[in-house]
Design a protein around this ligand. Sequence first.
Ligand SMILES: Nc1ncnc2c1ncn2[C@@H]1O[C@H](COP(=O)(O)OP(=O)(O)OP(=O)(O)O)[C@@H](O)[C@H]1O
Ligand SMILES: [Mg+2]
Length: 257
Amino acid sequence: MNLRANSNQQKRKPAILLEDVSLVHRGSPILKDITLKVDIPECVTIIGHNGAGKTTLLKLICGLIRPTRGKVQILGKSLEGKTTLLQRRLAFLPQDVNIDPRMPISVEEVVEIGRFGKAWFARKSPDDIRVIERAMEVTGIVDLRRKPFGLLSAGQKQRVALARALAQDASIMLLDEPLSNLDPQAQEDICKAIDRIYESQRVTILLVTHLIEKIPQSCSTMLRMEKGRIVGEIKPSSYTYRSPTESGATPEPDHLR
Ligand SMILES: Nc1ncnc2c1ncn2[C@@H]1O[C@H](COP(=O)(O)OP(=O)(O)OP(=O)(O)O)[C@@H](O)[C@H]1O
Ligand SMILES: [Mg+2]
């Protein structure tokens, strides 16, 4: 068995591969002819107006939704059939972080949920402890670890949610608007945390955002979605910004207009 050839072959496989993917829900097309390849490691941002299909695309990539047509591969394997192991390689930070603030649970315990699922009281191995500590360090929440989660500010909660996703130690992180509802300082903190995650762990990151003026530096590509399609791709180094319009619409790079 040629292990070297195998490992090289593995490296060449993209983290995410979608070919001609479409999704129709009750007769309404939601995603249309999506073809997308994201390498290992790569940080890609997705922008687009409300309802463009960004969240649906992330849900489809992590296997929560099946496409009506087309091929979805994660790390070279189809999400069809036995998906549990493959899904552990994907961490999904949803748009609405669903942690009940009334739950009497500390910050550290919330992060542990990322590691163990519901069994967050499970016995931790040295490896588990290392991953959990690293997740808290990278997201800057070590000082908050004993605090009740419900008492945190929105920005702190967002960082904890990011740490929880990170504690899964996944190869691919799907982050759905992790900067929403945060003040400018907290947005920058999260961007820096995403950069640290990318730099230190070389994970593949797919990041949905409406804030093109706040993109993590590690982001190499920006995709724009419109009405269920990917309609543009640019490199962030060539962004040109427009002022926000009076209507408050998201400013978009001229290249994508
Ligand atoms: N479970 C569902 N059932 C029916 N339609 C849905 C469902 N989820 C999403 N949609 C529809 O799919 C389209 C895309 O929704 P999606 O949530 O992916 O948009 P989005 O780009 O994430 O928007 P936003 O920026 O507001 O988060 C919308 O028209 C929405 O109404
Ligand atoms: Mg969304």
